[in-house]
Design a protein around this ligand. Structure first.
Ligand SMILES: N[C@@H](CCC(=O)N[C@@H](CS)C(=O)NCC(=O)O)C(=O)O
Length: 339
């Protein structure tokens, strides 16, 4: 592999990484020329030369500037490639799209990780796929050994995203509800915010795409959510088919998602996580109706919540937005925190 500067962006990622496919779909939508480079043993030296963190995706710009972390990557590229914009024109809809982006990245990842690694069937399917991607030239015996190692390592990490015996029924119930709500919303529009993809589509889609590729969640999506399935396919190669819709049209079926999922589940969870980190606790609990959620705090989420608060603070006119944020239970959580 060459180390010469190229005219195209390079994205190091993997088909089974939700954040990698998210950024790849963004690059495709924008028509930004790029090479998709599978991160494996063969590309490792080049990856290591540019990466500051051991995570994918890694995007390397033509001038060799490296970028990591999917949300800031998209924010940075959006400045250089503003058209077609992924941000709806009004502050209210645009911030709701950013809220859904954060929700998809952080809460949607719980569905994804849980369904991929909680059941034996899914563990085997996923570990087998990863092994074949990582070692395409290995023989069956070597693949079996590698898959077993991957499976053990990932199952050990289930606790990290909060998939455990206590939380599992809540994750699955929440996902089923989300599928039904999303199905209704997407039955009359091709993308979350109308006729072209928005910031929020990319974040939520990365996780839903991965869920669809796994046996248990894939069957759920195929069986009960045909419009979600069509959106999953559409978002692989997104394109503008018309304009963004306005809030009054979107709100009928978007508000239930915002209220029942973002406001009732994600926001209390991310605030409790943030507080647990500040208090240096090793475990925290959140009450969701009759359910108690329990997990170890996750550091990254406090950072991404702070970034979202930064975007909120940056807005000039929040009058219409604040009414909606209050209604969905997210207003207080987005206020500036003492530093
Ligand atoms: N917040 C980051 C998360 C990136 C991330 O967690 N990537 C995973 C794969 S999906 C990763 O590289 N994990 C380390 C590993 O698998 O070795 C983003 O949005 O890019």
């Amino acid at each position: 592999m060459t180390n010469q500067p190229t005219e195209v962006y390079r994205i190091f990622g993997a088909e089974m990484s939700p954040y990698s496919v998210k950024v790849r779909s963004y690059l495709r939508y924008k028509g930004i020329q790029h090479h998709w480079i599978l991160r494996n043993a063969e590309s490792e030296a080049e990856f290591a030369r540019h990466a500051k963190l051991p995570i994918i995706p890694l995007v390397v710009a033509p001038d060799e500037v490296p970028m990591q972390d999917s949300t800031p990557i998209i924010d940075a590229l959006e400045l250089d490639f503003p058209q077609p914009t992924i941000h709806p024109g009004d502050a209210l809809t645009s911030f709701i799209s950013a809220l859904i982006e954060e929700f998809g990245d952080e809460w949607g990842n719980k569905w994804m990780f849980h369904y991929r690694w909680a059941r034996d069937l899914d563990q085997r399917a996923s570990a087998g796929r990863i092994a074949r991607i990582r070692a395409p030239r290995a023989d069956e015996a070597e693949l079996g050994e590698l898959a077993e190692k991957i499976r053990a390592r990932m199952v050990e990490r289930l606790w990290y995203v909060g998939s455990n015996e206590i939380n599992a029924p809540q994750i699955e119930q929440g996902f089923a509800e989300m599928l039904d709500l999303l199905e209704r919303h997407l039955s009359v529009r091709p993308y979350l915010f109308g006729h072209r993809p928005a910031y929020g589509d990319f974040g939520l889609w990365g996780q839903l795409y991965e869920l669809w590729t796994d046996p248990t969640a894939g069957a759920l999506i195929e069986g009960r959510a045909p419009h979600v399935l069509a959106w999953i396919h559409r978002m692989l190669w997104p394109r503008a088919e018309g304009e963004f819709e306005l809030w009054p049209e979107l709100s009928l079926t978007l508000m239930p998602i915002l209220t029942r999922q973002v406001g009732a589940l994600f926001m209390p969870w991310t605030l409790a996580n943030e507080q647990a980190l500040a208090e240096n606790r090793s475990v925290f609990r959140v009450q969701f109706g009759d359910f108690t959620w329990m997990q170890k705090p996750q550091k990254y989420h406090a950072r991404s919540l702070a970034m979202l608060r930064g975007k909120y603070a940056f807005l000039h006119d929040r009058s219409r937005l604040d009414v909606v944020l209050e209604e969905i239970g997210c207003l207080a959580g987005l206020q500036p925190r003492p530093t």
